[in-house]
Design a protein around this ligand. Structure first.
Ligand SMILES: *Cc1c(COP(=O)(O)O)cnc(C)c1O
Length: 461
């Protein structure tokens, strides 16, 4: 498979180069030159195990010898605590797709366990080193660290805003003591971390000298890993209910997770609707309801991994929405860069998209959903998942079964569970064990110079 840029200015790359590059040289995002259509193969795939299904899907996109790809997949999902990797639970009229059985209890493990192995595989082959620089507001940092800890050819530097991530999230990162893991608590905000990251990546000489790489959700390997569970869950739920099509509700921040569902649908998986759910940071919900994508200020909520205004993967969707017209896309993105907004005209039926519907769950609705669900069924939803369930339920009537993506284990957000239910119900032994462990973390000022010096010191030693 060859990979092209959404902005049309990158000569096609193979899978390995696409994974190592992250962003295209013309500033666009990489996409497969064509999306394989697999509908005729679905009957044969229906009863495959998670890893066998992952192999069938990933081999269509990844030019890696079959035995190597199988090994990468087996090692990536061998760290999950459930034999189904991403099991489905049917609770109170919806089907909960549990994506949190990986080592850090958030759905990001599905992609980052795989990405860590793919990075190492490519680096071994080419005898290279990689220095990953990441900025996190919480979940991405621990999943990325967990994906690459202990690997010889990789160092990872993760910046988080000092004192502004939850104590659990902080300990999940700083208790990892492997030599190749460098936690940095930046005396500033998450925006400061992102600004520093952009600035260091913008210095091309620095970036090339130190072989800097990223793990954020624009990396195609992350999207690829996430496509698999849409197929897996759809097969399970179609078999369980006899339905011929399914819907998905997806708690959304950077549009990475739901974009994987969009690709699955284009591959021929019978999805009748993708429900995009946001918290108060609702730029995407507004877009899919009105066609207007306009940036506002980020508000802090109880579902922090969705506190995002500019969704990094949205450009990939827009590319298809504009009929794969790279020039038109480039115009829109330039307009957005200069004005902070862009518009897309509705389809003839008045909708913005015939697959994606969208809605918002605010803090009160999220807490109420957690409380009611727990009271009625005993099942605990984390606040991100609850946003998805709240919005997804609005599309239940006389329609196909609804699969709600559960993106984090509730114990990661135990304070929200306490606030919602009045009870201290959310625990997990992995998180409980972190309290006693030693930690390592450098506290640094929020300046380019401080982070740059820290990287240089630790890369050369
Ligand atoms: C990252 C994250 C999301 C949002 O996923 P996107 O791919 O950014 O849309 C939702 N829930 C949790 C728990 C997350 O960590």
């Amino acid at each position: 498979m060859r990979y092209v840029s959404t902005r049309g200015g990158q000569h096609p790359l193979g899978f390995k180069d696409a994974v190592m590059t992250g962003l295209a040289r013309d500033g666009g995002l990489l996409l497969p030159a064509e999306i394989p259509y697999v509908a005729p193969r679905l009957p044969a795939w229906q009863r495959l195990s998670y890893t066998d299904l992952a192999f069938e899907i990933m081999r269509l996109f990844a030019d890696v010898p079959e035995a190597d790809l199988r090994d990468l997949i087996d090692r990536s999902y061998g760290t999950f605590r459930h034999p189904d990797v991403t099991p489905v639970q049917s609770v109170d009229g919806v089907h909960i797709l549990e994506l949190f059985h990986g080592p850090t209890l958030a759905f990001k493990d599905v992609a980052l366990q795989f990405l860590g192995n793919v990075f190492e595989y490519i680096l071994d082959e080419t005898n290279r080193q990689l220095n990953i620089l990441a900025a996190t507001s919480g979940d991405t940092g621990s999943a990325a660290i967990c994906g690459v800890r202990g690997r010889d050819r990789i160092r990872i530097f993760v910046m988080h805003p000092h004192g502004r991530v939850s104590p659990t999230q902080e300990r999940q990162m700083t208790t990892v003591l492997d030599d190749n893991v460098f936690n940095i608590a930046v005396d500033g905000t998450f925006d400061d971390c992102q600004r520093i990251m952009k600035s260091l990546f913008g210095d091309l000489a620095f970036r090339d000298r130190h072989a800097l790489g990223t793990v954020n959700s624009i990396n195609w390997a992350r999207v690829l890993a996430q496509i698999v569970y849409y197929f897996f869950a759809a097969f399970r739920v179609m078999r369980l209910t006899g339905a011929r099509r399914v819907q998905f509700a997806v708690p959304t921040g950077n549009f990475g997770d739901i974009f994987a569902g969009y690709v699955a649908c284009r591959m021929g998986l019978p999805i009748s609707r993708l429900v995009l759910a946001t918290n108060e940071n609702d730029i995407l919900a507004r877009f899919f309801n009105t066609g207007d994508y306009s940036q506002g200020a980020v508000r802090a909520t109880i579902s922090p991994s969705m506190d995002i205004q500019v969704a990094s993967n949205f450009e990939r969707y827009l590319y298809y929405r504009l009929g794969e017209d790279a020039a038109a896309l480039q115009n829109l993105m330039q307009q957005f860069a200069s004005t902070g907004r862009l518009n897309v005209a509705p389809l003839p039926d008045g909708r913005i998209d015939d697959l994606i519907a969208a809605g918002t769950g605010n803090t009160a609705e999220t807490l109420a959903t957690i409380r009611e669900f727990q009271a009625k069924t005993g099942y605990l939803l984390d606040p991100h998942t609850a946003v998805g369930v709240h919005v997804g339920r609005q599309f239940l009537k006389a329609a196909d079964p609804m699969i709600c993506l559960a993106t984090a284990h509730p114990a990661k957000f135990s304070q929200a569970i306490l606030d919602a239910t009045g009870k201290d119900l959310a625990h997990h032994p992995i998180l409980a064990a972190l309290g006693d462990l030693p930690t390592r973390c450098a506290v640094l000022p929020a300046t380019d110079a401080a982070i740059r010096a820290h990287l240089e010191r630790n890369i050369s030693s």
